[in-house]
Write a new protein. Sequence first.
Length: 126
Amino acid sequence: MSEKTILVADDESHILHVVSLKLRNAGFRVLTARDGQEALEMAQQNHPDLLITDYHMPQLSGLELCQRLKQDTKTNDIPAIMLTARGYHLEPSDTEQSGILRMLSKPFSPRHLLTTVNEVLEGKAA
């Protein structure tokens, strides 16, 4: 099985660091972006196996990023995990139209994030 690539998009450097470290230690190839526009371009160029994105970011929000990826036939199959502030919820119509399969509230456990990543990659997204 080839190494899976995960794109992590967050404007908070400590979140990028912790998430990237956990994923790399688990054997994933990790790409990082600090805003939604950079993440969009990286996803289009690299077609990752999974996107983990913060909701609140400069340039494009995580939701806008996911919606743009979903609208492009070259990237519409990239699943996403959304990181949100505690208590923040998206409407079901937003997640259905954007490829967001799971939402995790910050702060989150890196171990729980890794479990969620593996479940999404294995197709257990429900």
